[in-house]
Design a binder for this molecule. Structure first.
Ligand code: DP6
Length: 352
């Protein structure tokens, strides 16, 4: 049992990153998406955040110290303090404590893994746990829904990380039950073939991103293809929800790969335009497609806003795909690096 009181205590959450299968690309207002997206929550790539709190005289702003891997980090501290201050109207208790956050990641920085998704999801869950201590227990589903909403305000894709399995964020034109405010998990309806799935992340380059995500989303504001893209993302999300239920791997591969290439097509055709893929990215994609055809193994790729390739495949084909990665793809990676990950069960509160 934790000895936390409303006076002081520590709260720890470990939260995973996620990889989008249908991409969120374009936002408006207070972190609202222009289109729905659907993601797979990862298992290994996660952030662990410990929030230590101690009562103080309430101030007008939060009193925050931020540590990354145990070392003070002023850049992150400023961003997180601004985020927490923006929540004060609804979460006034945040200004009534001295807060210390200590965060660490299981994956290297700039590895192409969405660190903001894991970080803001872990942070939002810590805020929610403190809220429970201050304001009383809350029902589990509304706890996670509110955590998702809070995470979204820090980074859009983070709202999908508060659940395990697959999550959908953004309202759909023809399907009810989804929202722009928070993500919703796709639970038991998922077909067994999609319940045990791998994502092996090939590190083509570990360089820092050339375009920050907010600048990237802004490129959709004046994009000539914006409206058809938003419509397409709607259709892809609705279809992928059905595909995940039916187990249709062929269609999964078509939709997921089309989404990855559409994201990069949109970036290339923006003004200014960006080419974030490298020649190795293209070579890997071509090899995956060739391997799939000759070996008849259902393996797909997706990309984030960068050159690294996520190789997605069902557990039943683990041995064959790993052999292929080691023999043919590893040499195209930066220092032969890749990160092994898979579908995860979502965040965990750790003892603290
Ligand atoms: C290409 O969630 O990082 O990874 O809301 O500005 O923090 P902000 O953006 P962010 O954007 C992610 C974009 C993407 C696609 C996705 O994850 O859906």
């Amino acid at each position: 049992m934790s000895s936390n009181t409303a006076e002081k205590g520590t709260i720890t959450w470990q939260s995973p990153s996620n990889i989008a299968l249908v991409k969120y690309w374009g936002k408006h207002g207070n972190q609202l998406p222009r289109n729905p997206s659907l993601s797979m929550t990862l298992k290994e790539s996660s952030t662990t955040t410990t929030l230590s709190y101690k009562k103080r005289l309430p101030g007008r702003e939060v009193a925050l110290q931020f540590l990354f891997d145990g070392t003070p980090n002023r850049i992150f501290e400023k961003r997180i303090a601004a985020y927490l201050n923006s929540l004060l109207a609804d979460y006034p208790f945040l200004a009534a404590y001295n807060l210390t956050l200590d965060s660490s990641n299981t994956f290297p920085h700039s590895s192409g893994i969405a660190s903001s998704a894991a970080a803001f999801s872990a942070l939002a869950l810590c805020v929610m746990s403190l809220k429970q201590i201050v304001a009383g227990e809350q029902e589990e589903s509304s706890f996670f829904r509110e955590a998702s909403q809070l995470a979204r305000l820090g980074s859009g894709s983070a709202c999908r990380s508060v659940y395990g399995g697959y999550s959908v964020w953004g309202s759909l034109s023809n399907v009810s039950g989804y929202s722009d405010e928070y993500a919703v998990p796709l639970l038991s309806e998922v077909h067994p073939v999609f319940q045990s799935f791998y994502d092996t992340i090939l590190i083509v380059s570990a360089e820092k991103k050339k375009v920050g995500s907010s600048a990237g989303h802004a490129l959709m504001e004046r994009h000539p293809f914006a409206l058809s893209r938003f419509r397409q993302a709607n259709e892809h999300t609705a279809e992928l929800i059905e595909v995940l239920k039916s187990g249709d791997l062929k269609r999964y591969i078509e939709v997921v790969e089309n989404e990855a290439l559409t994201l990069h097509g949109l970036m290339m055709s923006s003004t200014p335009g960006f080419i974030l893929i490298r020649k190795e990215t293209i070579e890997i994609i071509e090899k995956i497609r060739e391997f799939r055809k000759t070996e008849n193994i259902p393996v797909a790729f997706t990309l984030d806003a960068g050159p690294n390739v996520h190789v997605l495949y069902p557990a039943a084909h683990r041995a064959g795909v790993m052999k292929f990665i080691k023999e043919e793809l590893e040499e195209l990676c930066d220092e032969r690096r890749w990160i092994d990950d898979s579908l995860g069960t979502g965040p965990k509160q750790l003892k603290g």
